[in-house]
Every structure is written in structure tokens, then in C-alpha cells.
Design a protein around this ligand. Structure first.
Ligand SMILES: C[S@@+](CC[C@H](N)C(=O)[O-])C[C@H]1O[C@@H](n2cnc3c(N)ncnc32)[C@H](O)[C@@H]1O
Length: 247
């Protein structure tokens, strides 16, 4: 099991997240907001210096690197080789990065396991989402705390901008968003050196009840909900995020 590859190279979440263009499109992410979120969250759940944190699907390590600077022992994992290669430049005695598929458990248990910024709901088969949650559960110590930070679907629905053009680093990204009963889909088209590129993001439109059912099947339960990165309470109709604290 450990060395078998679960993903296919043409899975959208493999090709898009590993492409340089993904990082161009999202280069203006708000890192100070991410850092304030991490400070508040680790305070709130009473993590102490030296406690261990697993950041599942860490991307280029923006949360993990900051968490290590706060004194935690942090491991960041992601399926994208390019992101992990980039993040590895920040490694130190408190911080390591590994290429790893979230559907497989790591060998260790951690005081906290985080899945941040909509890094869930990517798979076509629900069994894979369950594998990801079961691995998440297996990587938590007995008294460990899990955090899953997902979209709040009713909010996304209200705010959905169907078409948008973004010019970043001389690339013109034409973005079309749509919602089906089951998914939120973002089609991303652009050309570079006269070569046309087409990618998409496809995230399951999981709401609180869906998560409750998936978590129950994974032997996890929600103990607290937040609706944004300031840790305000969750309100289904108008919260920006669905942030679940699970044990
Ligand atoms: C929306 S990004 C968020 C990245 C990071 N958490 C952040 O906030 O910057 C989603 C991440 O999930 C990773 N990912 C997708 N499928 C994965 C899988 N099966 N196992 C591990 N990581 C995966 C992608 O490579 C990407 O880095």
C-alpha cells in the first residue's frame, strides 16, 4: 500500500497544482491573513512550543513555515513535487516537507493535523475522500486536534462571479466559474507563447451535513465550528469559511 501510487498523472489536482501557472494565478494570496489565522488557531487550541503539527496538502508551505517559526515541530506534506521542492528551501530542525498523497497515513501521530484553504473534496470517488479523512484520523494523537478549513458553499453560491479575467505576470487568465448540484467548477484558460492552456478546479460542494456524515464514517467528530479566519462563529448563510475543529 505504502509505495503504490493512488493518483493518475491526468487527475486535475495533479496537473494543475503542480504547474507553474497555478502559482502565478494565486501569487497574491494573503499571507498575513494566513499567519494571523495560524497564530489565533494555535493559541485557541492551546498548542505549546514543541508540539507537533502535520499540515496536510501544505502547498508551498506558507502555513507550515510560519508555524515552525512559532516554535512548533512541523511537517508539511503535499502531492505536488514542485511545491514540496520549493518549500524544502525553508526546512530546518523544526520543519520538514515531504511529497505525500493525503489518502495515505503518515507513520507518526501529531498533536494537531491541519488541512487548510480548501485542500479537500478533489476526488471523483467518495471512497478517496474517506481515505483522506481516515488517514487524517490515524495521524492524530489520542488527544490531538484536527482542523479542516473548507469553503462555505452557501456563501460561495451567493458570491459567485461567473466570468473574470485576471492579468498576472503578463498572462491573461480567463476564468469561468459554475456550480452543479455536486461540484464547484472553475475553468481556467490562458495562452503563453501562443500555446493555449486549459485547466480546471473541481471541488465537491460539501456542506456541514455532508462533512458530518463523512467524518462519522472516519471515526471523527466536529467539536467546534468557525466561520472565518478570525475564528468568529460559523453561520451557514453568511460565513466566508466552514472551519471544523475535529477530534
Ligand atoms: C488550494 S491548495 C492549498 C495549499 C496550501 N494549503 C495553502 O493554503 O497554500 C491545495 C493543495 O492540495 C494539494 N493536493 C491535491 N491533491 C492532493 C493529494 N491527493 N494529496 C496531497 N495533497 C494534495 C495540491 O497539490 C495543493 O498544493
Amino acid at each position: 500500500m505504502k509505495n503504490t501510487q493512488l493518483h493518475k498523472e491526468n487527475d486535475w489536482f495533479v496537473s494543475w497544482f503542480d504547474s507553474p501557472y497555478y502559482h502565478v494565478l494565486y501569487k497574491n494570496r494573503d499571507d498575513s491573513e494566513a499567519q494571523q489565522f495560524m497564530t489565533r488557531l494555535t493559541d485557541y487550541i492551546n498548542l505549546e512550543s514543541g508540539d507537533t503539527i502535520l499540515d496536510v496538502a501544505c502547498g508551498k508551505g506558507r502555513h507550515a513555515t510560519f508555524l515552525a517559526s512559532l516554535g512548533f515541530q512541523v511537517t508539511g506534506t503535499d502531492l505536488s513535487n514542485n511545491s514540496i521542492e520549493f518549500a524544502s528551501q525553508f526546512e530546518n530542525e523544526n520543519l520538514q516537507f515531504l511529497t505525500h498523497d493525503m489518502r495515505k497515513p503518515m507513520d507518526l501521530q501529531y498533536d494537531a493535523v491541519f488541512n487548510l484553504f480548501t485542500s479537500f473534496g478533489y476526488f471523483d470517488d467518495e471512497k478517496d475522500d474517506l481515505l483522506a479523512l481516515q488517514s487524517f484520523r490515524n495521524n492524530l494523537k489520542n488527544n490531538g486536534i484536527g482542523i479542516i478549513d473548507f469553503l462555505n458553499i452557501p456563501y460561495v453560491e451567493k458570491q459567485l462571479i461567473e466570468h473574470e479575467v485576471k492579468s498576472i505576470d503578463s498572462i491573461e487568465f480567463s476564468i469561468h466559474r459554475s456550480m452543479t448540484k455536486t461540484h464547484i467548477i472553475k475553468n481556467i484558460a490562458f495562452s503563453v507563447d501562443e500555446v493555449q492552456h486549459n485547466y480546471f478546479e473541481k471541488v465537491r460542494s460539501l456542506q456541514l451535513l455532508d462533512f458530518e456524515a463523512l467524518l462519522e464514517k472516519s471515526n471523527l467528530q466536529i467539536v467546534e465550528l468557525f466561520g472565518d479566519y478570525e475564528l468568529n462563529p460559523y453561520h451557514a448563510n453568511n460565513s466566508e469559511r466552514l472551519i471544523m475543529m475535529v477530534v
